[in-house]
Ligand binder design. Structure first.
Ligand SMILES: [Zn+2]
Length: 254
């Protein structure tokens, strides 16, 4: 069996038989890979911790007929702070689910890999996990060719200066409120939210850390992106439903 090494992040894991685990990895060199970690359910196994969701490491695999076999992992980062905080877990699980559901197997995209890894490191640091998740969503959509129009009105092509702005997931971006008729899925969006989205779409990690987004603008971004991602992914994401419950259920800790 040919073997290979790859840098990868664990996207998803599933218990399989009494001792094994099936995992989906996102690797920089090979894209999404399905692998089996034999014995990983035994607490003494060296593969147990290494196959937790979000673990980043150097994976050694052997090519199998259906599943590649994970023989060894050198863990580079296990993101302990993320795992201690329910919000950080929820937002990063959402990032992992987006990558898992929206990408095909064996289609590498190093830019998406680097973006995901950077989002995980930013969430491990004392940043608002929601802000980082929105940065990821917007830049991920751009990488997949679904960049929303945030600079000009989709209808009249003028710069967005009107008081009342609308965002339509099905039209793919923003329009003046007066440029009707409005599509059914249009939601109102403030200039503050739009400006934050424009920045999150293009800004690199260090600057995102310094960005301050007012809470009401953040709520609008969350609503707009939730519908946009749902429209583009053509499915309901489990982690997103959980995030909503979390946000509505308990006051947010900073
Ligand atoms: Zn217009």
């Amino acid at each position: 069996m040919p073997t290979y090494n790859t840098n990868a992040i664990v996207l998803h894991r599933l218990n399989f038989s009494e001792t094994d685990r099936i995992v989906r990895l996102y690797s920089r060199e090979r894209g999404k890979i399905a692998g089996i970690a034999k014995g990983a359910r035994k607490p003494v196994s060296r593969l147990a911790g290494a196959t937790e969701v979000l673990t980043y490491g150097r994976f050694h695999l052997a090519e199998g007929r259906n599943l590649d076999i994970i023989s060894q992992v050198e863990v580079k980062e296990s993101f302990p702070r993320i795992h201690q905080d329910l919000y950080r877990i929820a937002y990063t699980t959402y990032i992992a689910e987006l990558v898992d559901k929206m990408l095909e197997e064996h289609e590498p995209n190093p830019d998406v890999f680097d973006l995901m890894l950077s989002a995980l490191y930013l969430t491990e640091r004392p940043n608002d996990p929601e802000k980082i998740a929105h940065m990821f969503e917007l830049q991920f959509m751009k990488e997949l060719g679904y960049e929303p129009e945030l600079e000009k009105c989709l209808r009249c092509r003028s710069p967005l200066v009107a008081d009342e702005l609308q965002f339509s997931p099905s039209l793919g971006g923003t329009m003046c409120g007066a440029c009707g008729p409005l599509p059914e899925d249009a939601v109102q969006i403030s200039h503050a939210a739009l400006e934050a989205m424009q920045k999150l779409l293009i800004t690199e990690a260090p600057e995102v850390e310094r960005m301050e987004i007012p809470p009401d603008a953040m709520d609008q971004i969350a609503r707009v992106m939730r519908w946009y991602v749902r429209y583009r992914s053509e499915r309901e994401l489990k982690s997103l439903a959980f995030l909503q419950t979390l946000k509505l259920g308990t006051p947010k800790e900073q």
